[in-house]
Ligand binder design. Structure first.
Ligand code: SAH
Ligand code: SF4
Ligand code: F3S
Length: 443
């Protein structure tokens, strides 16, 4: 039975990419503006928002098991909202399959969450999966989020239609948020304590805007945000190889605040597979791009995304991916087994591969990527660099932050969140680095 009482407290649980996390923050801010309080634990929340991800099958199936598990301390189910990309793709199905769900709200419609909650409190279930992203941003309240490092969505949607991917369907067409709005949001984040901003988009470098009559490209936006004195660091993700401009590459050599880190997904090292994926770059054009970034900023750390077991991928084609990895030397990477997604062209292709083949390839790929990540971390030891203090570590007196190359660095010392500290990278593990605090750099 759907819940019917006005909720006082809420929890937003985000399961997807950084943009999904950003949406989760904004839904939280919207509910807080309505007077709801954030609950400390899931079991204390009158309203739980499951902010879902549709990218792979595993992620999507998780929603249903989560719905079944939600219970409050008093044994009653909370009011449940399903948001995010699964909501967009499977809204009707969720409503039919999960009577405990009171509302379904897509990634471009969540500014209307308060109305849906109100309806649910009166016992009405509703679905809102409208798509106009521009309307959403205009209707959201000011940022309240505090913290040293913040996300800022600048661009949404995707027009690339890679044959395996659901994002163009769940997020809609590419739109860029207006320049003035972004600057305003960045200033608000700074006011709330942000010293680092990560610009988000499915293809951030496809962002375009204008300042008065003057057209602006993505690297202009970076330059303008870098002018805010309190901002010490700028990062961005994800960029697409085809939208990389000379201006962006140059920016890495010119803007000190732009961190030496580049997440540039490649997916495969085989040109035949890349073509079947509709990636419209080749392994060679990708490698040349990396070369240009490295020429502009020699210490730039490279990260990527990989899919193994795309339909029809042969052993030899998979070997080409391993070769590309050897050539690039990734500092870190994400790798996935191909997951057929409903409605995507690749799901209907011949040559779907058995799980064992994918398992074996993924393991080999990850062995190579882990090897390179450890090598990258080890090569960093002895270096001195700045670390932005982001949070407390697990042990007393311990702090956590990131190196310029996005490595997690933990260290001991008398500092506070938001400080920029000078650290010597002392001991490298596979996923983090132990640093020795040298000094706190005045902000
Ligand atoms: N816009 C980003 C990617 C967003 S999705 C870009 O193109 O760079 C994040 C990653 O998930 C992709 O880069 C890809 O590696 C992976 N992915 C997307 N669809 C997938 C699928 N059907 N199966 C397995 N992995 C997938
Ligand atoms: Fe998906 Fe390709 Fe768009 Fe990335 S560029 S979101 S992988 S369709
Ligand atoms: Fe997932 Fe949607 Fe992000 S499908 S990866 S939450 S854009």
């Amino acid at each position: 039975m759907p819940h019917s009482r006005t909720p006082q407290t809420f929890r937003v649980k985000s399961f997807g990419c950084q943009m999904n996390v950003y949406d989760g923050e904004r839904m939280g801010e919207l509910l807080a503006e309505q007077g709801l309080r954030a609950a400390a634990e899931d079991e204390d929340a009158d309203l739980v928002v499951l902010n879902t991800c549709h990218i792979r099958e595993k992620a999507a199936e998780k929603v249903y098991s989560d719905i079944g598990r939600l219970k409050k301390t008093d044994g009653r189910p909370p009011m449940i909202a399903v948001a995010g990309c699964v909501a967009q793709a499977e809204g009707e199905e969720i409503m039919a399959r999960a009577p405990a769900v009171s509302m379904v709200v897509g990634p471009q419609a969540y500014h209307r969450l308060p109305q849906l909650v109100q309806a649910a409190a009166q016992g009405r279930r509703s679905t809102d999966t409208d798509m106009p992203a521009a309307t959403k941003f205009a209707a959201l309240p000011e940022r309240r989020r505090t913290g040293a490092s913040a996300f800022l969505t600048i661009q949404e949607g995707c027009d690339k239609f890679c044959t395996y991917c659901v994002v163009p369907y769940t997020r809609g067409a590419e739109i860029s948020r207006p320049f003035d709005d972004l600057l305003q949001e960045a200033e608000k984040l700074v006011e709330n304590g942000a010293r680092e901003i990560t610009l988000l988009g499915q293809n951030v470098n496809a962002w375009t805007g204008n300042d008065g009559a003057q057209p602006l490209a993505f690297d202009h936006l970076i330059r303008e945000i870098a002018k805010l004195p309190e901002i010490k660091r700028i990062r961005y993700t994800t960029s697409h190889p085809n939208d990389v401009t000379e201006g962006l590459i140059r920016a890495h050599g010119e803007i000190e605040k732009l961190m030496p880190f580049l997440h540039l997904p490649v997916q495969s090292g085989s040109d035949r597979v890349l073509k079947a994926m509709n990636r419209s770059h080749t392994s060679d054009s990708y490698l040349r791009l990396i070369e240009r970034f490295r020429a502009a900023r020699p210490d730039i750390a490279i990260s990527g995304d990989f899919i193994v077991g795309f339909p029809g991928e042969t052993d030899a084609e998979f070997e080409e991916t391993l070769q590309l990895i050897d050539e690039v030397g990734y500092a870190q990477a994400f790798s996935f087994k191909y997951s057929p997604r409903p409605g995507t062209p690749a799901a209907a292709m011949e040559g779907q591969l058995p799980r064992e083949v994918m398992d074996e390839r993924l393991q080999r790929l990850q062995t190579a990527l882990n090897r390179d990540q450890i090598a990258f971390n080890q090569a960093s030891t002895g270096k001195r660099c700045k670390v932005l203090v982001e949070r407390k570590g697990k042990k007393p007196g311990q702090w956590l932050g990131k190196s310029p190359w996005l490595q997690s660095v933990f260290f001991e010392g008398d500092v506070k969140i938001g400080d920029m500290v000078q650290v010597e990278l002392a001991e490298a593990g596979p996923n983090s680095i132990h640093g020795r605090l040298l000094e706190t750099v005045p902000a």
